[in-house]
Design a protein around this ligand. Structure first.
Ligand code: SF4
Ligand code: SF4
Length: 141
C-alpha cells in the first residue's frame, strides 16, 4: 500500500481516541476481575503467595486474618484462582475498573479464623473386617 493510500484511509476513518469514560471492549483472552467469597475462605494465604503482582495482601493474627485485594494492581492472570482449593476465588469477565488514585479500589475483609476440621477417627482391625487386619492373608497360592 502506498503512503498516499494509507494517509487517505486514515483520514477517512476519523479519530480513534475514546473519550473518558468510554471504553474499548475487553479482549477475548481477558480472564476477569477476581471475586472473593469470604464464606469459603479458610485463611491459608496460598493466593497471596501465588500473586506476584502483590494485588492480594494477607495479614494474620491469632483469632482472625485480613485478606485484601486491589484490582488496580491485578494483572488478571488467574494464578490465585487456580491455587485456591476452597474455591473462594473466581473470575468474572467484567471490565477492569477505572481508578484515579493508587489503592482506591482496594477491598479488605477481616474474618475470624475457622477451627481446624476434626481429625478422622483411626479405624480398628475389627471395624474393617478380617481382610483389613491382614492384607496379605489369602493372597499366596
Ligand atoms: S482465598 Fe483461597 S487461597 Fe486465598 S486465603 Fe482464602 S482459602 Fe486460601
Ligand atoms: S489474578 Fe493474578 S494478579 Fe490478580 S490477584 Fe490473582 S494472582 Fe494476583
Amino acid at each position: 500500500m502506498s503512503i498516499l493510500n494509507l494517509l487517505w484511509r486514515n483520514l477517512r476513518r476519523g479519530a480513534m481516541t475514546l473519550h473518558f469514560p468510554e471504553r474499548p471492549p475487553v479482549s477475548d483472552g481477558y480472564r476477569g476481575l477476581v471475586r472473593f467469597d469470604p464464606a469459603l475462605c479458610i485463611g491459608c494465604a496460598v493466593c497471596r503467595f501465588r500473586c506476584t503482582a502483590r494485588a492480594i495482601t494477607f495479614t494474620s493474627a491469632k483469632t482472625n486474618f485480613t485478606w485484601s485485594y486491589d484490582p488496580g494492581q491485578c494483572t488478571f492472570c488467574g494464578r490465585c484462582v487456580e491455587g485456591c482449593k476452597e474455591h473462594a476465588l473466581t473470575q468474572e469477565p467484567e471490565c477492569p475498573p477505572i481508578y484515579l488514585t493508587l489503592g482506591a479500589l482496594k477491598k479488605s475483609y477481616t474474618l475470624p479464623r475457622k477451627p481446624p476440621p476434626p481429625k478422622p477417627a483411626a479405624t480398628t482391625a475389627q471395624d474393617s473386617g478380617p481382610q483389613a487386619a491382614n492384607p496379605f492373608a489369602g493372597g499366596a497360592q
